[in-house]
Write a protein that binds this ligand. Structure first.
Ligand code: ADP
Ligand code: MG
Length: 229
């Protein structure tokens, strides 16, 4: 079964309030870590085993906070003009070795003659595509291909598609994947896509997802091109 989702509604959940709470939680956690170390010296073997579990969980909370603070970091909106094709090639080159280690090949196709001049925060847009390729890799434990296609939609928009041959997304989960903290992975944070949708929307774009179980998932990022002045 195929399910399509057009995500246009605004996500206000990752806000400044949440970021300041994350900051506040960090301090008591550091203190917790310190005290577990002290306890470790005075407790018996059973106690040491329990402390190891506590430490693992603290580590996990720290990872979530770090990633959360990273994605909710206020950007200074450094909008610059850049070629989106060049950026995608840069991201693909960076991710290719990681993919190859998992028996995954990145297959890129682009319209060579087209220019994709885009005005935006290059770093944020880069993060979106890194996240998307990372998700695609994580969806393909058995390996396969990731197809990256850049094409123009008329004169005004560019579409970047990241299509994998992975496990797909279940129909009842597809509406949730952009929610902060929604993850189906034991090591996931569920922050990648909620950040991505914010970034794409703040650049006037949209994301479309089409997924089929055991066949794969396609993410289409549609962004407005810079108007020629
Ligand atoms: P995380 O990767 O930390 O779980 P994301 O926000 O990046 O968080 O993704 C949220 C969820 O969306 C994932 O846990 C997964 O269930 C689903 N997902 C995202 N991309 C894909 C994909 N390419 N194939 C299958 N499922 C995906
Ligand atoms: Mg992710």
């Amino acid at each position: 079964m195929k399910k399509r989702l057009n995500h246009t509604e605004s996500l206000s959940t990752i806000g400044q309030l949440a970021a300041s709470i994350a900051h506040e939680i960090r301090n008591p956690m550091t203190s917790l870590k310190g005290f577990t170390q002290l306890l470790h010296q005075t407790t018996n073997e059973d106690g040491k085993r329990y402390l190891a579990v506590i430490n693992e969980e603290i580590k996990r909370m720290e990872e979530i906070l770090t990633e959360f603070l990273e994605v909710s970091k206020p950007t200074n909106n450094k909008f610059v003009s850049f070629d989106i094709k060049e950026l995608i090639l840069e991201v693909a080159n960076f991710m290719a070795p990681q993919a190859l280690m998992k028996n995954i090949e990145l297959i890129i196709s682009l319209t060579p003659e087209s220019k994709f001049k885009f005005l935006g925060d290059r770093n944020l847009i880069k993060q979106v595509f890194m996240n998307s390729i990372k998700n695609a890799i994580e969806a393909m434990p058995k390996g396969g291909n990731i197809f990256i296609t850049i094409s123009n939609i008329g004169m005004k928009n560019v579409c970047i598609e990241i299509k994998d041959q992975g496990q797909g997304i279940e129909a009842d989960k597809i509406d949730k994947i952009f929610d902060p903290f929604f993850t189906t992975k034991s090591e996931g944070t569920g922050l990648g896509l909620s950040h991505s949708i914010q970034v794409i929307k703040s650049h006037g774009g949209t994301i479309e997802v089409v997924s089929e179980i055991e066949v794969g998932t396609s993410f289409k990022f549609i962004l407005p091109l810079q108007k020629e002045i």
